[in-house]
Every structure is written in structure tokens, then in C-alpha cells.
Design a protein around this ligand. Structure first.
Ligand code: ADP
Ligand code: MG
Length: 294
């Protein structure tokens, strides 16, 4: 982070002071920042100067505008809010809600794997956020624990409150079908129709997120990827969609295994819907709603 740097015109009462770095991703650095009234935010700064030199600048710039307009349009407790956009000479700053608690990814690594009740509590929230995203005709396309932030303010008694962030790969699909494909991100979470270029050319829809949801659940419960490219290539493993579980203490309960397998289905139309997930016995046999679980 570049401590003490300002962004926004100097006469702008809204200008922000950049504080320490919170995280980095493939495309951006995210820092804590503070408004003149002392309120704090997270700012995702995208280096436009560097982007402009790229041959595919137009495409990248379109993607950026998509991320901004999608984030601005979404308002949901399980989704990181975008409050402001400041365009500097070389940087585009997205001023977002500050979520302090790190990436879900780091929590999984730290714990090795989650207990079923911790995973269930997180899973319900992800499903809830995803359901809202899909209701807005948006495909998230980058669901993975690195993009799920833990909100330490809301978390208590070991139950993690989460928010979905990083809509850099999200896409609005009006016709219910998308044909765009950029093979970026983490292949471990790709559905077969994303991973396989021939299939991707035929288009895919919101169901790619359901596959990723299944992979996220597997990762939370087992502490490893279901498809990792060890042995067979990851594309081949994904195409086969054959989920196996370790035969030791990390083996999830029968209901959890069943839910994971219902999501990680090769054929998109066979995947369990989000409502189907929320009505699955792995959720309902343990009390069902969030309020009952807490
Ligand atoms: P990229 O598009 O480069 O992947 P992300 O939007 O995923 O960028 O942000 C990169 C990292 O910055 C995240 O993985 C997370 O650690 C941190 N981060 C992102 N948004 C926030 C936020 N609102 N509050 C706190 N940390 C954040
Ligand atoms: Mg990211």
C-alpha cells in the first residue's frame, strides 16, 4: 500500500486517504482507505495506465465497466457494497464496503477443514447471495474461497459471516445464455462447460456457479480440491465429474457427500438448484434456517 496517498481531486470533500494493503488478486490491489470524516472503506485500485498498454485494452476496459455497473446494481447483505468510483489519471478506484476478516480461503487453510456446522452456516450464506445474484440475471463465474470475504464484525461463536466480492468475471446475461468465455481464474472451480472450450462455445449459464458452489463445499469440508490435476489433467477430471472423498476422518457425512455430488454434475441441467440446496437434508435435517442454527 502507498500510505498517506490521496485520491480524488484535492478540492473534493470526499477524497480518500489510502492506508495499508488488504489483499491482492490477479487484477488489482486492495487497500484500506479513509474518508475525511474518518469512515473507512476498502479500495480496489486498478492501474489503467498499465492496462492501456495492453493490446486487448478495449476488452479489459469493457470488463471493468461491467464490474462497476454490476456491483453498483447489487444490494444485498451477502454482497460487498460498492459506494463510490473515483477515476484518476492512471487509476480507477472502486470504493467498497470494508470487510475485515480476510478471505474464506485463509480460514479454511488455517483450520485444515471446517466442521459440518461451520461449513453449513457459510454454505447457506453463499447460496443466499448467489440466489440474489442469479435473480438479477447475473452469472458470478468466479465463486471460490479467495473471493468470499469473512466479516469479522458479524462472526461470533466460530460461525463465520461472509460476503461475496470480486465481480470482475461476472456477466449480465439477458437471454439466459452466455457465450463469452475467458479462461482466467482458478481452474479448480470451473464447470466442464467452462473448462472445455468446445462446450463453452455453445454457451453456458448460471449453473456454472452451482458447480463451483459444490467445489467450494467440498473444499470447506475436505480441505482439498475435488479436481486438482494430479494424475489426469484437470480438464479430464472435470469432464468426468467423478467426485471421490478421502477414506479417513475428512470424509464428510452421507448427506454432505450427497449434496456435493448433486451440485458437481457434468450436465448443467442435472445440477441441484439453489432452492434445492437450501431444502436438501444436509441443511434441513439440522434445523433448516439460519436463525435455528445460531
Ligand atoms: P482481483 O480482481 O484482482 O481478484 P479482488 O476483488 O478479488 O481482486 O481483491 C483482491 C483481494 O483483496 C481479495 O482476495 C481480498 O483479500 C481483498 N479484498 C477485496 N475486497 C475487499 C474488501 N471489500 N474488504 C477487505 N478486503 C478486500
Ligand atoms: Mg479475486
Amino acid at each position: 500500500g502507498s500510505g498517506g496517498t490521496y485520491f480524488g481531486p484535492p478540492d473534493d470533500p470526499k477524497r480518500y486517504t489510502m492506508l495499508e494493503e488488504l489483499g491482492t488478486g490477479a487484477t488489482a490491489t486492495v487497500c484500506r482507505c479513509m474518508k475525511s470524516d474518518g469512515t473507512q472503506f476498502a479500495v480496489k485500485s486498478i492501474n489503467l495506465g498499465k492496462l492501456k498498454l495492453q493490446p486487448n485494452y478495449q476488452k479489459v476496459s469493457d470488463k471493468l465497466h461491467r464490474e462497476v455497473s454490476i456491483l453498483f446494481s447489487l444490494r444485498h447483505p451477502r454482497i460487498v457494497s460498492l459506494f463510490d468510483v473515483v477515476e484518476g489519471r492512471d487509476q480507477l478506484h472502486l470504493v467498497m464496503e470494508l470487510v475485515e476478516g480476510g478471505e474464506l480461503f485463509d480460514h479454511i487453510v488455517q483450520m485444515g477443514a471446517f466442521t459440518e456446522s461451520v461449513a453449513r452456516y457459510v454454505f447457506i450464506q453463499i447460496a443466499d447471495g448467489l440466489k440474489y445474484i442469479h435473480s438479477q440475471d447475473i452469472v458470478y463465474r468466479d465463486l471460490k474461497p479467495e473471493n468470499i470475504l469473512v466479516d469479522s464484525k458479524g462472526s461470533r461463536r466460530g460461525l463465520l459471516e461472509i460476503k461475496l466480492s470480486d465481480f470482475g468475471h461476472s456477466k449480465l446475461i439477458n437471454d439466459g445464455y452466455s457465450t463469452a468465455l475467458t479462461r482466467v481464474g482458478t481452474p479448480q472451480y470451473w464447470a466442464p462447460e467452462v473448462s472445455d472450450p468446445a462446450k463453452a462455445a455453445q454457451g453456458y449459464n448460471q449453473r456454472v456457479d452451482l458447480w463451483s458452489l459444490g467445489v467450494v463445499l467440498y473444499v470447506m469440508l475436505v480441505g482439498a480440491y475435488p479436481f486438482d490435476g494430479i494424475g489426469e489433467s484437470i480438464d479430464l477430471q472435470i469432464r468426468k465429474a467423478n467426485v471421490t472423498f478421502p477414506n479417513d476422518s475428512r470424509k464428510p457425512s452421507q448427506y454432505a457427500q450427497d449434496l456435493i455430488r448433486a451440485l458437481i454434475k457434468a450436465r448443467p441441467q442435472e445440477r441441484l438448484s439453489i432452492d434445492g440446496c437450501l431444502n436438501h437434508p444436509w441443511i434441513t435435517s439440522c434445523g433448516g434456517t439460519l436463525s435455528k442454527i445460531i
